[in-house]
Design a protein around this ligand. Structure first.
Ligand code: ZN
Length: 542
C-alpha cells in the first residue's frame, strides 16, 4: 500500500531480518509523540535489524533521546503553546528527504508511521493510534496505549520528591490543568476538584503545570511547575489517580497502570479518536451531549468516584452489544452517572455514594437521548432484556419489523436503564442477522426497519438514514463499514473518509460512492471537489 505515493511498510510483508530503512514521522504534539512511540516500539521489537529514522519535535527532545537504537532528525520549530510561535507545517521538508531516499533505494525504504489512519476508523470507533497502526498491519491489543520511555533515574527522583513533600505512593492524585485555551477546564474547577479529592479519598494532589497558571493554594496541594518530562513520568508512575484534559500529559499518564479521568471540552475533535488509550480511563464528555459549555465539577467528581468503585472491584461496565467498556461519562445526577459507549448506547449506574443534596446542579436539558420503544414484552431497556431478546429473536419477532427510537429529554433516574442510539441498535440487529431496510423520521421519533435473515444475494436497498443533523443515503452494509459513529458525526468527517481513501489509494469505485454520500449529506464546495476528484479517479481506475 502507498500513502500519497510513498510506499508504506507492512509488518506481515517482511521477515524478522528486514534490514531496510523505516521512517517515522511523529505528530507535533507531546501526545502525538508518545502514541507514535508505541508503533516505533512495536516495530523495533519485531524488526531488530531495521534502520529506524525518526522525525521528531525538538520540544520533546528529552523523551526522544531516551529511545535507543534510532536515528533522530528534528523538524523545524512547531507552534508552541507558551510562546505561540513556530510553523504549523513542519513536515514538508521531512517528506522531501524521504521521497529522495525512496527514489535512491527502491524496495529498501518505507514509511512506517505518519498521519495515515484507515478511513473506516470512526466506524470502528478506533483511536488514531489504533487505526494508524492498522494501516501497516500492526494490530495492537493489550498494547494499544501510548508508550513512554521512563529511566530508573526518573523513578529515583520521584521517590525523593515524594519523601520531601510527605506524599505516599499510590495515595496522591496528579492533575494537569494546562493546555490550549480551547481545551482548558478552568483553574477554579480544578481547585474544587482538588478539595473534593482530599475530603473524600484523603488524597493530596500534585499540580503538574507551568507557573503561568498561578499557584494552587488548596490545603495539601503541591505545585510541581516546570518539571522535566522524566520527572513528571516518575511522579505519574507512583500516583493513585490522574485527572487531566485532552492534552499531552493525559497521553503520558495513559501509559501507566493508573486510574484516570480525562475531561473533554472542545466539541471540534471527536473524543474517541484522540482519547488517551488506557484500560483504566473514564472520559467526561458532558458538553457533547447537553447544553452545558463544559462538564460540571459535580460530574467530574462523580466520574472519579465511579472510577474508584470500578478500580476497587477490578470491574468494568461492558456494552451488551459489542462487549467493550462503556467509558464515556455523559452526565451525573442524584447519586448516579450515565455511562456511554462510543456506539452511543448508554446506561445509568448508581454511584454508591452519599449524595450532596445541597449542591445538586440545576437540571440541564439533554439533547437527543433515546429510549427504545418496542412493546413492553420485548423492551430492550436493561442488560437482561437484551440477552433475552438475543436468545428469543427467532420466536419473538416477525420476519420484518420496525423499532422506534424516541428522541427525548431523558433524565437520569433509574439504575441499570439502557438508552439506545441508532448505531448500537443497528449493530445489535446486524449481529443477529437482521439487516436495516429503512428509516423514517416522524415528529422527533426515528423508526428503523429491519428484515430477518434476508438473502445476501438480494440487492441491498439504500436507506435514507437520519445521521447527526443530516441524512445519509446508504446501504446497510456500507453504513456498517464506514458510518457507524452517528452520535459524533459531522458532515465534514464524511469528506474526511473520502480523503483518507484517496491518500491510501483504496478502491476508486467505493471512494466515488462515499464521495456521493458525503456530497448528498452536505452540498458544499469541499464535498463537491472531492466528488469530482473521485469521479475522475474512478474513470481512470486508480
Ligand atoms: Zn457497543
Amino acid at each position: 500500500m502507498k500513502w500519497n505515493g510513498i510506499p508504506l511498510f507492512h509488518v506481515e510483508a517482511f521477515s524478522r531480518d528486514f534490514s531496510g530503512r523505516l521512517y517515522f514521522f511523529l505528530g507535533q504534539g507531546l501526545g502525538d509523540h508518545v502514541n507514535g512511540f508505541r508503533v516505533l516500539h512495536e516495530v523495533m521489537s519485531r524488526f531488530p535489524e531495521a534502520i529506524l529514522v525518526v522525525y521528531a519535535d525538538l520540544r520533546w527532545e528529552e523523551l526522544v533521546r531516551k529511545i535507543e537504537g534510532i536515528e533522530i532528525r528534528w523538524y523545524q520549530k512547531a507552534m508552541d503553546v507558551l510562546s505561540k510561535t513556530g510553523t504549523n507545517n513542519p513536515y514538508d521538508l521531512a517528506y522531501r528527504e524521504l521521497r529522495k531516499d525512496v527514489a535512491s533505494f527502491p524496495g529498501h525504504v518505507f514509511l512506517a508511521y505518519s498521519h495515515f489512519p484507515m478511513p473506516d476508523r470512526q466506524a470502528r470507533n478506533e483511536t488514531t493510534l489504533e487505526s494508524t497502526a492498522r494501516s501497516i498491519g500492526l494490530v495492537l491489543r493489550e498494547t494499544a496505549r501510548p508508550f513512554l520511555p521512563v529511566l530508573p533515574s526518573d523513578l529515583e527522583w520521584a521517590q525523593k520528591y515524594l519523601i520531601k513533600h510527605g506524599l505516599e505512593k499510590k495515595c496522591y492524585a496528579i492533575i494537569a490543568p494546562y493546555s490550549w485555551p480551547n481545551k482548558i477546564w478552568g483553574k477554579e474547577n480544578f481547585q474544587k476538584l482538588i478539595d473534593e479529592i482530599r475530603e473524600k479519598w484523603g488524597f493530596r494532589t500534585i499540580v503538574v503545570s507551568y507557573p503561568e497558571i498561578g499557584l494552587f493554594d488548596n490545603k495539601g496541594a503541591v505545585c510541581a511547575f516546570d518539571l522535566t518530562l522524566g520527572q513528571i513520568s516518575g511522579l505519574m508512575s507512583f500516583a493513585g489517580l490522574y485527572v487531566g484534559l485532552d492534552s499531552g500529559p493525559s497521553q503520558m499518564a495513559a501509559s501507566f497502570h493508573l486510574p484516570m479521568v480525562v475531561i473533554f471540552i472542545e466539541n471540534r475533535t471527536t473524543p474517541f479518536e484522540v482519547r488517551p488509550l488506557s484500560p483504566r480511563a473514564l472520559y467526561v464528555v458532558e458538553s457533547f451531549f447537553s447544553d452545558v459549555p463544559a462538564p460540571g465539577v459535580r460530574t467530574v467528581c462523580d466520574a472519579v468516584a465511579f472510577l474508584d468503585s470500578l478500580s476497587k472491584n477490578d470491574d468494568e461496565v461492558l456494552c451488551p452489544v459489542c462487549h467493550r467498556g462503556m467509558n464515556y461519562v455523559v452526565e451525573s445526577k442524584i447519586g448516579m452517572v450515565r455511562l456511554m459507549r462510543a456506539c452511543g448506547l448508554s446506561v445509568d449506574m448508581e454511584l454508591e455514594r452519599t449524595s450532596h443534596p445541597d449542591d445538586t446542579p440545576p437540571s440541564v436539558p439533554l439533547k437527543d437521548s433515546c429510549t427504545l420503544l418496542l412493546d413492553s414484552e420485548r423492551d430492550l431497556g436493561t442488560f437482561d432484556r437484551v440477552s433475552h431478546f438475543k436468545e428469543n429473536l427467532e420466536r419473538m419477532m416477525p420476519d420484518s419489523f420496525g423499532v422506534l427510537l424516541e428522541k427525548s429529554k431523558n433524565p437520569i433516574k433509574e439504575a441499570g436503564r439502557l438508552k439506545w442510539s441508532i448505531d448500537s441498535l443497528v449493530t445489535l440487529m446486524q449481529a443477529e442477522k437482521c439487516n436495516l431496510t429503512g428509516c423514517r423520521v416522524l415528529s422527533g421519533k426515528i423508526h428503523l426497519f429491519f428484515e430477518k435473515n434476508s438473502s445476501p444475494r438480494k440487492k441491498e436497498k439504500r436507506v435514507e438514514l437520519s445521521w447527526g443533523k443530516t441524512l445519509l443515503s446508504v446501504s446497510s452494509t456500507r453504513y456498517l463499514r464506514w458510518y457507524t459513529y452517528e452520535m459524533w458525526g459531522t458532515p465534514e468527517s464524511l469528506v474526511g473518509i473520502v480523503k483518507a481513501q484517496a491518500e491510501l489509494g483504496l478502491d476508486p469505485r467505493e471512494r466515488l460512492i462515499c464521495a456521493w454520500v458525503a456530497f448528498r449529506a452536505e452540498k458544499k464546495l469541499r464535498s463537491f471537489r472531492w466528488l469530482v476528484k473521485s469521479a475522475y479517479s474512478a474513470l481512470l481506475g486508480k
